[in-house]
Write a protein that binds this ligand. Structure first.
Ligand SMILES: [Zn+2]
Length: 304
């Protein structure tokens, strides 16, 4: 039964702001028939406003992954897609009434917990997989990011991050088929550096952010002005830089939570392959841009 396709047992509703747009979004996950795949539906634009979760529809990767088909856009899809992929869900319809999915706590945990509470619906059709045909290397010399993909009998991801950060250091994370996605990867939250946060706030790029959906990394002491501004924006009183170098708005679940989140993002982006993969991915400094560029290139070069 392990190799049968799976869908949801029932519908699930999530509501909240998008991280980048700040727009409120009500999202409903519906079960879907075998071989349907994951499809988004923009209900605010009409019943026919559909976008498949496919690498063919990737339209942007500025801080989150954006899909677009025939002018219908949906963005920040990666955490939900990682949840589906990590749980082995092949088929679902995702109806949203706005362009950006709710960020919730910045991780995939809310989706995973809700769905696992009911278990999954097995379908009467075998699962299909994409096999990596030969070794593949994709590098971005400018950023030092690279993705190496190797043929394998199952799915494995190894991630290493290195942002030249005293706080983060070099972190690694690992996931293989059979690992507990729900507890090891799904809870890991989005992170950003304080200097990025200031830039984003100044440019109105994270309107939906609040203090419980992002880990904030602070390389140096925070000046009083910045702290004051953050406190007022986020409505948090005792905000300061914790000794480990993180803003004390939240407590880390894992010391390498940031690397695990990058792994979560990578799984969400690779879910755009449309089918589960058999292959080993070794990623150095991955991000949405290189993840999706590598995926496209793999299809173009018939690696997948
Ligand atoms: Zn993310």
């Amino acid at each position: 039964m392990k190799d049968h396709q799976k869908t949801l047992k029932k519908r699930y509703i999530f509501e909240g702001k998008g991280l980048h747009t700040g727009l409120n979004c009500r999202m409903t996950l519906f079960p879907a028939p075998a071989d349907h795949g994951i499809v988004f539906q923009r209900t605010d634009l009409g019943e026919e406003a559909l976008v498949e979760a496919s690498w063919r529809n990737i339209a942007g990767t500025a801080r989150s992954t954006l899909l677009c088909k025939d002018g219908v856009e949906v963005m920040t899809i990666e955490h939900l897609l990682a949840a589906f992929y990590g749980l082995g869900i092949d088929n679902a319809l995702v109806a949203t009434d706005n362009v950006e999915l709710p960020i919730l706590d910045g991780s995939a945990r809310p989706f995973v917990e809700a769905i696992l509470a009911d278990g999954l619906q097995l379908q009467n059709t075998p699962r299909r997989f994409l096999e990596v045909s030969k070794p593949f290397l994709f590098e971005d010399p400018e950023t030092g990011s690279s993705l190496q993909v190797l043929p394998a009998d199952s799915f494995t991801v190894e991630v290493e991050i290195d942002f030249d950060s005293k706080v983060l250091g070099v972190q690694k994370a690992h996931f293989s088929d059979g690992d507990d996605f729900a507890s090891a990867i799904a809870p890991c939250r989005t992170f950003c550096f304080l200097h990025e946060l200031e830039f984003l706030l100044n440019h109105n790029l994270i309107k939906g952010g609040d203090m419980d959906n992002a880990i904030v990394i602070v390389e140096n002491e925070v000046d009083e002005n910045t702290l004051h501004r953050l406190k007022s924006i986020f409505n948090v009183e005792n905000l300061e830089r914790a000794p480990e170098g993180y803003l004390n708005n939240l407590t880390l679940y894992f010391e390498n939570e940031c690397a695990r989140h990058k792994l979560l993002d990578l799984i969400g982006d690779f879910a755009l392959a449309g089918l589960p993969l058999k292959g080993k991915i070794i990623a150095r400094k991955p991000g949405h841009a290189i993840n999706t560029a590598a995926l496209k290139s793999m299809f173009e070069k018939k690696i997948l």
